[in-house]
Design a protein around this ligand. Structure first.
Ligand SMILES: [Zn+2]
Ligand SMILES: [Zn+2]
Length: 365
C-alpha cells in the first residue's frame, strides 16, 4: 500500500498547471498499475483512465492540476515550482483516488470499476478533453462519483445535495467602439470610455431587474481596458466579466439582457457595442437517486447549500448519473482558508475519510 500522505506531499512539491501534467499523471498511472489496474495513458492529453475488472461499472474521478499562483504556506513540503501551487487540494484528490484504487484492488467488487484522473479542471477543459477523446466509448459507466476538499467544514465531514449544487460560469467580453481623439476636444468624439463606464453601471441592473428572484444569478465585471492615453480619449474599450447561475434558462436571460443593456447604452453615447460570450463551465447537477444511494451508504449531510463556484466534473454528470461530494477540510487555521488562497493547506487527516467514501461509492455498482 502506498503511503498516501507521502504521495500527496510529493505531488504538492511538484505542482503542474493546466493541461500539462506529465509528472503527476505518470505518478498516478504507475501506482495504479502497481496495484493491478489496467491503465490507459494520454486520454485527452495527459488524462488517465484505469479499470479493474471488465464491463460496466462506476467511475471515480480525481482532478490532478494545480493553480498558477505562488504558495505562501511556509510548509516544509511547499511547492518547488515558482508560480505553481496546489491551492485547491487536487493533490489530495489524486492521493485519495489512489487510496481507493488500492483498497478496491485488494478486495475487488463483483463488477468493474473505472477511474479517471483528469488534467485542467481549473480551466474547465480537462473533463471535456477526456470525453472528446472517447472516455464513455472506452469504458461503460453506470454512475460517476467525485469529491472536493471543503474548507470550513469539519475534517472528513461529507456533504452533497440532490439537483444543482455548483454554478455554471459564463465569461463575456463587451467591446465598445467610439471615436477617440484629443483630450481637449470632446465635442468632436464619441467617447468610448464614458460609454463603457455607463455600461458597467447599467450591467448591475441585469440580475436585479431581469432574473426571477427565486433563481440564483450573479454578474461581475472583472476587467476594463482602453486604448486611451494621458491626453487621448479612447476609441475602444473592452469590458470583461463573469456571470453565474444554476440553469441554462438563467444563463440565456442574463446573456440577452446584458446584450440589450450594452448595445442600448453604447448607442445612447453615439458608440457601438459588440458582446461575445463563452461558457467555461456548465452547472453541476447531482442525480437524486445517486445522492440517495450515497446518503444510505455513508454518513453524509445531504443538505449542502448550493455554492457559486464552478467545477468541470459537471461535464461528466451531464452525461451519466452520479454525484459530487464535499469533504470537510477543517473549521479553523490554514485548512479553513478559502480554496485558491495562497495560504490554503490541504488537511492530510481528510485522506482516509475520502478513501473510505470513494471505495464505498465504488462498491455500490
Ligand atoms: Zn480550484
Ligand atoms: Zn478544485
Amino acid at each position: 500500500m502506498t503511503d498516501l500522505v507521502a504521495f500527496r506531499r510529493d505531488l504538492h512539491r511538484h505542482p503542474e498547471v493546466g493541461s500539462h501534467v506529465p509528472r503527476t499523471a505518470a505518478a498516478l498511472a504507475g501506482a495504479l498499475e502497481a496495484a493491478g489496474w489496467r491503465v490507459t495513458r494520454g486520454v485527452g492529453g495527459h488524462g488517465i483512465l484505469a479499470s479493474l475488472g471488465t464491463g460496466a461499472g462506476p467511475l471515480l474521478r480525481a482532478d490532478m492540476d494545480a493553480l498558477p499562483i505562488t504558495e505562501a504556506t511556509g510548509l516544509p513540503y511547499a511547492s518547488e515550482v515558482p508560480g505553481a501551487f496546489h491551492g485547491c487540494g487536487h493533490d489530495g484528490h489524486t492521493a485519495m483516488l489512489l487510496g481507493a484504487a488500492e483498497a478496491l484492488a485488494a478486495d475487488p467488487p463483483p463488477h468493474a470499476v473505472h477511474l479517471m484522473g483528469q488534467p485542467a479542471e481549473e480551466q474547465g477543459t480537462g473533463a471535456q478533453a477526456m470525453i472528446a477523446d472517447g472516455l464513455f466509448e472506452r469504458v461503460a459507466v453506470t454512475r460517476a462519483w467525485g469529491l472536493h476538499c471543503w474548507p470550513g467544514a469539519p475534517v472528513g465531514a461529507l456533504s452533497t445535495r440532490a439537483g444543482p449544487m455548483m454554478a455554471h460560469e459564463d465569461n463575456f467580453e463587451i467591446v465598445v467602439e467610439g471615436v477617440g481623439g484629443h483630450a481637449s476636444q470632446p465635442h468632436l468624439q464619441a467617447d468610448a470610455m464614458v460609454a463603457g463606464a455607463a455600461i458597467v453601471a447599467a450591467l448591475q441592473t441585469v440580475v436585479a431587474r431581469t432574473c426571477d428572484p427565486a433563481d440564483f444569478a450573479v454578474l461581475s465585471v472583472t476587467g476594463f481596458e482602453t486604448d486611451g492615453a494621458r491626453n487621448v480619449v479612447p476609441s475602444r474599450v473592452a469590458i470583461t466579466g463573469d456571470a453565474r447561475g444554476y440553469s441554462d434558462a438563467v444563463r440565456d436571460v442574463v446573456r440577452a439582457a446584458s446584450r440589450r443593456v450594452a448595445q442600448g447604452v453604447a448607442a445612447s453615447h453615439g458608440c457601438e457595442a459588440t458582446v461575445a460570450w463563452d461558457q467555461s463551465f456548465v452547472p453541476l447537477v447531482n442525480d437524486a437517486d445517486s445522492v440517495a444511494m450515497a446518503t444510505e451508504a455513508l454518513d453524509l449531510d445531504a443538505d449542502q447549500p448550493r455554492v457559486g463556484g464552478a467545477e468541470d466534473f459537471a461535464h461528466v454528470l451531464a452525461r451519466v448519473p452520479g454525484a459530487f461530494l464535499f469533504l470537510g477540510n477543517g473549521t479553523e487555521g490554514p485548512g479553513a482558508l478559502p480554496l485558491h488562497n495562497p495560504g490554503f493547506v490541504f488537511d492530510d487527516r481528510a485522506v482516509p475519510h475520502g478513501v473510505v467514501a470513494l471505495t464505498t461509492l465504488a462498491r455500490l455498482g
